[in-house]
Design a binder for this molecule. Structure first.
Ligand code: CP
Length: 348
């Protein structure tokens, strides 16, 4: 874990972003350290009192626990189970779905929420460190949800917090609760996640949702198709991890290079805010656009997913197709996060 802390405290991450090869060299070592620190196992020793920082902390049994518990919550089997609990949402980066669905999740189940979006009116503006902010806030609540632009920030927060920390996105690295809701949504249509064909389209380099989800699917050995411009390919260290877990990988630049139909196409926004060089962004912006015609060519049964927000990669006309399940996916954020909060707080 020291590696993460050094990178966060000294801002090495920014250098790593400018030098992706360096980041890719560091990341496998980081993954090994994280894996050896896996602290969750068995029933709801699974999640009770534990932080959720990386998808690498989670195994298939734990995904199953989330899926089953979410279904129970969605079916109305549990009510009011977060009463008397307080969540802190610390969003150092913008969010609509993640922050508001965590807040809704908490409030619908009787809990309360404090927090901030942006640091303008916080003591971060006076120079307070992330570590001191977390140590302080962890005395004000039962659980913390954090989004931060720096990879490794949520891990650091989990190490200094007295209460569980849930990573709501750390830079281009991980977004584990998005993966939970992605898997839950897929599972509503496909009960066997190992038997489906999943494509990822767009920004596979900077998209933390695709990093988390592709890794999770590799635990099911799901075959994966990665479609992106060369500039935005899935990082090499992740491709190696995913292959090692048993998923077959196929990489293309264009959707029409796919010769067989997909069951799911997971499209992503090109993440302008993560580019160090705006000329590079301009070269790839608007590369893909899914229209009704494109959906027709992909196959009549393909399910279209997207973590949202979207820019122009999915045309508005596609929303009316049964194939489009991205708003259902976003709405599943509430029961999934209710399940996650209930499990982490030990009340489910
Ligand atoms: N999917 C997702 O993380 O959306 P927000 O950035 O709006 O939270």
């Amino acid at each position: 874990m020291r590696l993460v802390r050094i990178r966060v405290q000294h801002g090495h991450l920014i250098n790593c972003r400018k030098h992706p090869a360096v980041f890719e060299k560091l990341q496998p070592a980081l993954s090994i350290e994280i894996a050896t620190q896996k602290n969750i196992g068995g029933e709801n020793m699974y999640f009770n009192g534990k932080s959720i920082v990386s998808i690498r902390d989670v195994d298939k049994d734990m995904f199953q626990k989330i899926i089953v518990t979410t279904k129970e919550v969605k079916d109305g089997k549990h009510t009011g189970f977060l009463a008397g609990k307080l969540l802190s949402t610390l969003f150092f980066e913008p969010s609509t779905r993640t922050r508001l669905s965590f807040e809704s999740a908490m409030k619908y189940m009787g809990g309360g929420v404090i927090g901030f979006t942006g640091t303008e009116f916080t003591s971060v503006k006076k120079g307070e460190t992330l570590s001191d902010t977390i140590k302080t806030v962890s005395g004000y609540c039962d659980v913390i949800v954090i989004r931060h632009p720096v990879e490794g920030a949520a891990r650091l927060a989990s190490e200094v917090s007295d209460v569980p920390v849930i990573n709501a996105g750390d830079g281009a690295n991980q977004h584990p609760t998005q993966t939970f809701l992605d898997l839950f949504t897929m599972n509503e249509f496909f009960t066997d996640l190992s038997g489906i064909r999943v494509g990822f389209l767009g920004d596979l380099k900077y998209g933390r949702t695709v990093h988390s989800l592709a890794y999770a699917l590799s635990l099911y050995k799901t075959p994966l198709w990665f479609v992106s411009p060369d500039l935005l390919r899935m990082p090499g260290y992740l491709v190696e991890e995913i292959k090692a877990n048993g998923s077959q990988i196929h990489e293309y630049n264009e959707l029409d290079e796919l010769s067989e139909p997909l069951d799911v196409l997971y499209a992503t926004r090109i993440q302008k805010e993560r580019f160090g060089d705006m000329q590079e962004y301009e070269r790839v912006a608007g590369t893909y656009r899914i229209t009704k015609e494109v959906v027709g060519a992909l196959g009549k049964d393909v399910k279209l997913m997207h973590p949202l927000p979207r820019l122009d990669e999915i045309a508005g006309e596609v929303d009316e197709l049964e194939n489009a399940i991205y708003f259902r996916q976003a709405h599943n954020g509430i029961p999934v996060r209710q399940a996650v909060l209930g499990l982490v707080l030990g009340v489910l």
